[in-house]
Write a new protein. Structure first.
Lengths: 699, 585
């Protein structure tokens, strides 16, 4: 007994620290939030240069073997395909025949892969589930189909356990010079690789039929490669048929041919460039913010810049480049960096303002695309099978019509792909050495997870502190309120009093349940035939409000405390809200960090500041008025549709905004199985509703 | 002075010895029968060359050594390698086969039906099986000792096969055995010249003379397939047959690309003309005569039945070449191709049930060639010819299904090859037409296969296991003790378009010590074996004394071989718990 008394008197330091934090919760939250936002803004400054981490890759150590002979062969293919486009009748089958003929003449094994395009449909329980062959097939329409052509080079002395995949989307009907050029690059590399002796991994060249989008054929092929349906009665790929014209009478099978595990995949594309130099665009984001191993981007960047003299770019927010406040922020950081340098020349923090702006624009785009959870190209399909893949988009300075320029372009492009394949071919293990969790601030600079986690951690750190302090305060209030009611309360009353938080938690639970309902509503709304996005959106909002009212009426009204209990009720509700939001953010940061980061930026200030408006109006001090204004502004901005429209307005201008845009955006999220959708529906929106409820609390 | 004298006498002795050896050598070379009589040991060397449809050339070396049972001649041998004889004696090896292979045998392009491919196509890495003539309880001990001995003998890590997790004892499908057969593979063993050198040491002439002089290391390792094999058979002295005693067959099978195509860069897409080649162009060397102590030394050139059929068709079309009939001229100089050396013998396959056309083999004896006049066989194509090799009745492939770090499935899919349509694909059993297929598959213990999840699909419809599987023998794996073994004897209904089997597995959770170096490379599941016992891989030639003396041809003709068809190994990458050792965490 004596011991416990002593320990009670002299508390352990961690407890004392907690108490200190709780008592200064406002200060803590202000400092942490500011530091969190500041940390995020500082990320472009803290970015490190990329480096090739896996020693086995050795990019560029072998001289390129691709010569003009391969290029001239590729030119033949390009010419033959371009001639086809002049008479589009029957161009589809013929172009497949031509590509297959060229492939098999090189000694590769060729097969066709027939697939049905999948319509974008809402599958309510499809999030996080693995790619499944059975379910997908049922919903596809039977009459539409595309044909992929797949060529496989078996490595001369390899054992066929691993493969490198080369993908060229090609639309036989509408494909222009652009697409035939990417085929040309792939063909020149392919023809070289049939003759080299150093190949250790098989090479698979997939010519993806992109008449139903670039993603669908790749995804369909990958699905059939990894999870074939053995028992499909009316399967597509059973029959063999004669693809042929007079030259090429050989049988091409429709059965899928396999090689081993895929080590890496490269998707090639060519774009019309309007810039001053030949550039290479790298797209890496796959579904739910997954990124390929940084080493893959590194070797492409290294070879493109140092061997082929291409300028590499990754996606940027161009509107940020001209933004004044980013520029001034950059200047501030530049001068800060200079100051730091005078203190200690070893600290290299300073970057120039221009670099900062570039970095910030790239970082913001990187963060946004990861947060969206929608893959930025066909490479996204590979990530679902743990294959590292990127899309490379070449863009040319001058038009492709000039033959000498075109040959030069094919040579450079081909040599780049050859170099990358040679590097990956060297790999003994799968990609594992470098980072998987990173944000790019330029093609050669990255922020690793260890750095960007800090900003997020600072941002969410006040949440538990504030929740705890609010709860502690209501506990302190309890005795006084008990005294007031001591006359009327009996034993049951006091028990109810100590279980007061149960009510708030129930409210929070109900609102979250409502959030789940709202997330499911689009599935039913999308079944309405012939509806445009704007009506869908309004129906969704109406139904959401209706369901909220119904739920409240069913579940909350019997106890009727929610509007009843005056003192501290809102505080406990806020405490519960913040706790649930904290849990939600924590979970989301594991699934998709970028979503959690952006969500925290939008919602954390609102959740921390929420305070009944009535009290603020009554308060009439400067502080309460400021708080009221902040609350109102934040309350508008953090409502998901409002956020969307503000963001869209900033980027594209407010003139062309329609209400249906938000529906379309949400639809794309659902169609791509993005976890961001779940986050918005089940974490962000309930938290917003609860915060609004606190604001409107009648106390 | 005394010292000087003794030196001189030493010198004298050396000179005398040298002279004696020279004399001996002369007698040996003048008549090879001296050694043959002395001990009854025999050595013969042969080389078979065969053009493939995909512009490649197969070179198959076969060296055969035979020794009568050792008890009659003490411990000494004249020709037979002593190391092998000791090994056979010490470990009571009844039969053994060891193969080192690099690259894959391409069943679709190089054929899977003829005796050559079904005997010599081996899985990548090392494969070893042995039958012991000891009581069953001792087999494992003898196996372990054998692996260590072979490991030392061939500079390879065969000793890893000692661990009980790596070998298995097939009973149903591999070979008829009575519990004394052990089978083990090392799918990831790298094969290089350091394995070839000890193998060559077993030859009486090494690679200094005879056919093995062709083995220029850069050339034979540049190929698309490289398989070096050693096969031992020993029988008790009781029988008075010719093959009593120990027989050692050493074969080296390489598939090479004639260099003319590679360097010439014939990009002409339209012409499918085969590359012309000669022994000197593909090996970079000539044959400087035979190995003097060899009983026979022959080179064969085989044109398989697909090619011969195609040539006959061409001939029929071009009526003007009718004078060059196949029978009269022996085919060696016709409108389609030219052989630079006149063959000593031409063998034609007779009574072939499989198809209309038959294969042709040209035999060349190397005995009359010497250093000054080396043997160099060349084949020059004049017109483009397209043909395909004879396929096995079913095309089998095995692959992994699913993705992720926890689960997956192994799938085996069987599809009839085009050629099988015209084949007698079936045996009629109880009025039902069925095709028997044996599958033998070993799975390491860390891949936890659930054998109850075996699903069978025939013609894309799920079938009950009892309908298709005639016999099945499963021995589940024991953690860190033994691998999982599955042997199935299938009876597929004739005319079925496809058959597929899938088995689910979990990836085991390994302790950090149990990962190999470069753990992110993944683990290999050894090649599975599929065989078609109802087909005999044999060729019939008109009876000839010459045939019986030739190891390659007699193998073609007599040995009733099963069709072995390997489904190549697949690699499973495990989730590495120790990943945080790298910087990416």
């Amino acid at each position: 007994m004596a011991e416990t008394e002593v320990s009670k008197k002299r508390k352990r330091p961690i407890v004392r620290l907690a108490v200190l934090l709780l008592s200064h919760s406002v200060l803590v939250s202000v400092i942490c939030c500011t530091a969190g936002v500041f940390g995020l803004l500082l990320l472009p400054v803290l970015a490190k240069n990329t480096y090739i981490s896996e020693n086995a890759l050795m990019p560029g150590s072998a001289s390129s073997m691709l010569s003009n002979q391969e290029v001239s062969e590729a030119n033949k293919l390009i010419k033959e395909l371009n001639n086809l486009h002049s008479n589009p009748l029957g161009a589809t089958t013929e172009s497949h025949g031509i590509i297959a003929k060229y492939m098999s003449n090189l000694g590769a094994q060729v097969n066709n892969h027939k697939f049905h395009p999948q319509l974008n449909q809402f599958h309510p329980l499809h999030f996080f589930s693995g790619p499944d062959s059975g379910v997908m097939q049922e919903n596809s329409t039977r009459s539409l189909y595309g044909i992929n052509t797949v060529g496989i080079i078996r490595a001369p002395r390899g054992d066929g356990k691993e493969a490198i995949v080369l993908v060229t989307p090609y639309n036989a009907v509408k494909g222009g010079v652009r697409e035939t050029l990417s085929l040309g690059i792939a063909y020149s590399v392919f023809s070289l690789l049939t003759r080299v002796t150093w190949l250790a991994k098989d090479i698979i060249w997939l010519v993806a039929d992109s008449q139903y989008g670039e993603y669908a054929p790749v995804a369909a092929w990958l699905r059939d490669y990894h999870t074939p349906a053995f028992s499909n009665l009316d399967s597509l790929n059973t029959e063999t048929c004669h693809v042929g014209n007079n030259n090429f009478e050989s049988k091409i099978s429709y059965g899928i041919r396999r090689s081993g595990t895929m080590a890496a995949a490269l998707v090639l594309g060519v774009a019309y460039g309007n810039e001053n130099e030949d550039t290479l665009g790298i797209y890496a984001e796959a579904s739910n913010g997954q990124m390929p191993n940084l080493d893959l981007i590194n070797i492409v960047h290294y070879l493109a810049v140092h061997r082929q003299g291409l300028r590499v770019k990754v996606e940027q927010f161009h509107w940020l480049l001209n933004s004044k406040w980013v520029k001034s922020l950059g200047e501030v950081f530049e001068s800060l960096g200079k100051m730091v340098k005078t203190l200690n020349p070893d600290w290299k923090l300073g970057i120039s303002a221009a670099d900062y702006v570039e970095g910030a624009a790239t970082l913001a785009s990187s963060l946004y695309h990861q947060a969206l959870g929608v893959p930025t190209g066909p490479h996204g399909a590979f990530r679902d099978y743990q294959v590292d893949a990127i899309t490379l988009e070449f863009s040319l300075r001058i038009s492709f019509d000039r033959l000498d320029r075109r040959n030069d372009f094919l040579l450079h492009g081909g040599r780049l792909i050859e170099g990358v394949i040679r590097s990956v071919n060297n790999l003994l293990e799968k990609f594992h050495q470098s980072f998987f969790l990173y944000l790019l601030t330029s093609p050669s600079k990255f922020v690793s997870v260890g750095v960007y986690m800090i900003a997020f951690a600072l941002l969410v750190a006040p949440l538990p502190v504030v929740a705890a302090s609010l709860y502690a305060k209501t506990l302190d209030l309890n005795p006084t309120s008990e005294k007031d009611k001591s006359a009327t309360s009996n034993e049951l009353g006091s028990v109810l009093q100590s279980w007061k938080w149960l009510n708030s938690v129930k409210t929070v639970f109900v609102v979250h349940f409502w959030g789940a309902t709202v997330s499911l509503l689009p599935y039913f709304i999308s079944q309405i035939p012939d509806s445009d996005p704007t009506t869908n959106f309004s129906v969704w909002i109406l139904l959401s409000i209706l369901s909220l009212e119904i739920l409240r009426w069913i579940l909350v009204s019997p106890s009727s405390h929610i509007y009843g209990l005056p003192q501290g009720e809102w505080a406990i509700l806020k405490s519960a809200t913040i706790s649930s939001f904290f849990i939600g953010l924590g979970l989301m940061s594991v699934i998709n960090f970028a979503t959690a980061e952006i969500g925290a930026l939008l919602m954390v200030p609102m959740a921390l500041m929420a305070h009944p408006l009535k009290l603020d109006v009554r308060g009439q001090s400067l502080r309460s008025i400021l708080r009221m204004i902040c609350n109102l502004v934040l309350g508008v901005i953090s409502f998901p549709p409002a956020t969307f429209f503000v963001f869209k307005g900033v980027i594209e201008g407010f003139s062309g905004i329609k209400a249906g845009d938000f529906w379309n955006w949400v639809e794309s999220l659902w169609a791509w199985n993005s976890a961001t959708y779940l986050y918005i529906g089940m974490v962000h929106l309930p938290c917003w509703v609860l915060c609004v409820q606190i604001l409107l609390h009648p106390c | 002075m005394a010292i000087l004298l003794s030196r001189r006498s030493n010198l004298l002795a050396v000179v005398v010895l040298l002279l004696c050896q020279l004399f001996l050598y002369a007698t040996v070379s003048s008549s090879g029968s001296v050694l043959k009589q002395g001990g009854g040991e025999e050595f013969s060397e042969e080389l078979l060359l065969k053009p493939f449809p995909d512009r490649k050339v197969l070179a198959h070396f076969h060296f055969q050594s035979r020794a009568p049972h050792s008890s009659s001649h003490g411990r000494h041998h004249h020709l037979f390698p002593k190391a092998i004889a000791q090994l056979v004696k010490k470990f009571r090896v009844k039969e053994m086969e060891l193969s080192f292979t690099q690259g894959r045998w391409r069943y679709e392009q190089w054929g899977g039906f003829d005796p050559l491919s079904s005997n010599n196509a081996k899985p990548p890495g090392v494969e070893l099986w042995a039958v012991f003539d000891v009581p069953q309880s001792l087999v494992d001990v003898y196996w372990r000792n054998l692996t260590h001995t072979l490991s030392g003998l061939f500079c390879a890590s065969i000793n890893f096969l000692e661990s009980s997790t790596t070998y298995s004892a097939p009973e149903l499908t591999f070979k008829p055995s009575f519990g004394n057969l052990r089978y083990g593979t090392l799918p990831r063993e790298a094969v290089c010249t350091e394995n070839l050198t000890p193998w060559l040491k077993l030859l009486p002439c090494r690679d200094k003379a005879g056919l093995s002089a062709l083995m220029d290391r850069p050339s034979i390792y540049r190929g698309f397939y490289h398989s070096q094999r050693l096969r031992l058979t020993s029988s008790e002295s009781g029988s008075d047959e010719v093959d009593s005693g120990i027989g050692l067959d050493q074969t080296l099978t390489v598939v090479l690309q004639p260099s003319s195509w590679r360097t010439g860069k014939t990009y002409s897409v339209e012409t499918n003309i085969q590359p012309s080649w000669s022994i000197s162009s593909i090996f970079g060397r000539n044959i400087p005569g035979k190995c003097v102590i060899a009983k026979s030394s022959n080179v064969y050139l085989q044109l398989d039945n697909g090619l011969v059929g195609e040539l006959k068709n061409l001939e029929r079309e071009n009526a003007k070449y009718v004078a060059n009939t196949f029978e009269s001229e022996g085919f060696q100089s016709n409108h389609a191709f030219k052989i630079s050396v006149t063959p000593d013998k031409v063998f034609e396959e007779v009574d072939n049930l499989h198809g209309k056309s038959t294969s042709v083999i040209y035999g060349f004896s190397v005995e009359k060639y010497s250093d000054s006049q080396p043997f160099d066989l060349g084949l020059t194509w004049k017109i483009p010819v397209v043909w395909s090799c004879q396929q096995a009745p079913l095309h089998a492939s095995r692959f992994l299904m699913g993705s992720g770090n926890e689960r997956g499935a192994i799938a085996i899919s069987l599809e009839p090859t085009e050629s099988s349509e015209g084949l007698p694909t079936s045996h009629i059993i109880d009025g039902r037409c069925e095709l028997r297929v044996d599958i033998f598959q070993v799975v390491p213990w860390y891949i936890k296969v659930y054998f109850h999840t075996l699903q069978v699909f025939v013609d894309k419809q799920p079938r009950a296991m009892a309908d298709v599987v005639d016999k099945i023998r499963v021995s589940p794996s024991k953690d860190k003790v033994s691998p999982g073994v599955m042997e199935m004897i299938l009876k597929l209904p004739c005319g079925s378009k496809s058959a597929a089997f899938s088995l689910e597995f979990d990836k085991g959770f390994l302790h950090i010590d149990e990962y190999p170096p470069d753990a992110n490379q993944g683990f290999d599941i050894p090649s599975a074996l599929i065989s078609f016992p109802s087909f005999n891989a044999r060729m019939n030639f008109s009876e000839d004394e010459f045939l019986n003396n030739s190891p390659i041809l007699s193998k073609f003709q007599h040995a009733l071989q099963r069709h072995h068809h390997y489904m190549h190994s697949i690699c499973i990458v495990f989730w590495i718990i120790a990943q945080c050792a790298s910087e990416a965490c």
